[in-house]
Design a protein around this ligand. Structure first.
Ligand code: 5AD
Ligand code: SF4
Length: 443
């Protein structure tokens, strides 16, 4: 039996692409190993969203080079966004690589491996698929692993927004949605194999169904349809752009019990001039209006976001506007980044006037603020009962399981391991809170 070692950097789309490659390779005789040294094939699925992600990849490849030197039969592939962006450059930089694939070439992983075996000449496959539609063909038969109780389903790929700081529209191409029927089928299949919660995935899920579908339906209708699938207990989605987030979707939150009370809605900055330079095409006030409306329909909704500090030209006062918005909205958690110029994006041509030291100070300051906001909210759960979907074993000493409540807080659970199992939805009394998580006893 051949063995494949898979490493993933970056977003959930990449995690989903890695899972897909694992499935395809499983059906051509490869089993996944956690040990690089045992592998016949090593694939590194890369991310180019910020410079740091790229540096991590280069340092991993530095460690892989000796494996290839001692075992020339080892096949080494670089996949994902760095490949898309800089395919030939990657081969030049790392001549020991066998191939480079872009994110649209995931379905061709088996052919790529076969080509290496036949020709032994390094190659780059980074074409975007020219089909208007996005389809993930079903592979029937055994699965390499049981689906997680909380499973991701890609509904749309690519992004047409072209925010000035972002590389994604260049690495992942134009927006394309999958046919609703294909989605229902995949979700039914996951539920049949134990999934309870489905997280709909895409760079901008709210843009789902805008064009190219045989049976076009808007995103909110897709939510209503999926919520009807028997056996589904919870529904989530990520990630959204405020401009495509409709009133109908707010109504879906109100109407659908299964649509959990959590929304990840990136704001990026709390200042209108910076938002304009970022080409986000909305104002802070418009964002706030959406949130107010959502909170009036779903008062216990938790909100998370993405924020960039140190965008070119960001003044101290503009940065303070971001702090104000964070406080006003009261995010339960945020992904916070220091701006990283990405070659080829419009913002990389702007004068990057914020010194590195200021960027890092600002980052520390918003992290501090977010920690306080998180603490305040996490503490309010003490003594309360929350509903948790058990996802697996807990790594926290003294706790048997881990899971999440509808608001997406991580919960560690104490309970009888013979009585409960992953996939169960249980009521939990919260005894303790720490950092970003809750812990308690299953009732
Ligand atoms: N620099 C810093 N952060 C970035 N993001 C995207 N591009 C950049 C960049 N060039 C962040 C945004 C986005 C998240 C996925 O990554 O906040 O929402
Ligand atoms: Fe990037 Fe903007 Fe598209 Fe999000 S919406 S993937 S930040 S271009």
């Amino acid at each position: 039996m051949k063995q494949v070692f898979l490493e993933t950097f970056g977003c959930q789309m990449n995690v989903a692409d890695t899972d897909r490659m694992e499935l395809i390779l499983f059906h051509s005789g490869y089993r996944r190993t956690q040990e690089k040294e045992d592998a016949d094939l090593i694939l590194v699925n890369t991310c180019s969203i910020r410079e740091k992600a790229e540096q991590k990849t280069f340092s991993l490849f530095g460690g892989l080079k000796p494996l290839k030197t001692t075992n020339p039969d080892l096949i080494l592939g670089l996949t994902g966004c760095m490949g898309q962006q800089d395919g030939e450059k990657m081969l030049k930089k790392m001549p020991y690589l066998d191939f480079v694939l872009g994110p649209d070439q995931v379905e061709g992983i088996e052919q790529a491996v076969n080509r290496v075996k036949e020709s032994k000449k390094p190659f780059v496959w980074t074409g975007f698929d020219i089909e208007k539609k996005y389809s993930i063909p079903e592979i029937s038969g055994d699965l390499p692993k049981k689906p997680s109780p909380s499973s991701f389903v890609n509904i749309i790929k690519g992004c047409d927004k072209f925010c000035t700081f972002c590389i994604v529209p260049f690495t992942r191409g134009r927006e394309k949605s999958r046919e609703p029927e294909e989605l229902y089928q995949e979700i039914r299949h996951l539920i049949d194999h134990g999934a309870k919660e489905i997280i709909l995935l895409g760079q901008n899920v709210n843009s789902y169904g805008k064009r190219g579908l045989k049976n076009p339906i808007p995103f909110h209708e897709l939510l209503y349809k999926i919520a009807e699938i028997p056996g589904l207990e919870r529904l989530r989605f990520t990630t959204s752009h405020p401009n495509d987030f409709t009133r109908e979707t707010i109504r879906a939150y109100r109407d659908l019990d299964k649509l959990v009370n959590h929304l990840h809605l990136p704001i990026q900055s709390g200042n209108n001039d910076i938002l304009k330079l970022m080409r986000r095409d909305h104002t802070v006030e418009e964002y706030q209006e959406l949130i107010d409306e959502l909170k009036s329909e779903v008062p216990d909704i938790s909100l998370t976001t993405d924020i960039i500090v140190g965008f070119p030209g960001e003044t101290d006062a503009q940065f303070r506007d971001t702090l104000k918005v964070m406080e006003r909205i009261g995010y339960s958690s945020s992904f916070m980044f220091s701006y990283s110029p990405r070659p080829g994006t419009p913002a990389s041509e702007f004068e990057d006037s914020v010194p590195l030291e200021t960027k890092s100070k600002r980052l520390q300051e918003i992290i501090k603020l977010q920690n306080r906001l998180t603490q305040e909210q996490v503490q309010s759960y003490k003594g309360k009962t929350v509903e948790v979907l058990i996802e697996g074993g807990s790594s926290k000493p003294g706790y048997s399981f881990k899971g999440r409540n509808p608001q997406y807080w991580r919960v560690n659970l104490k309970g009888d391991e013979k009585k409960f199992q992953p996939g169960d939805i249980v009521q939990v009394n919260i005894e303790k809170t720490s950092g970003h998580s809750l812990s308690g006893l299953i009732q």
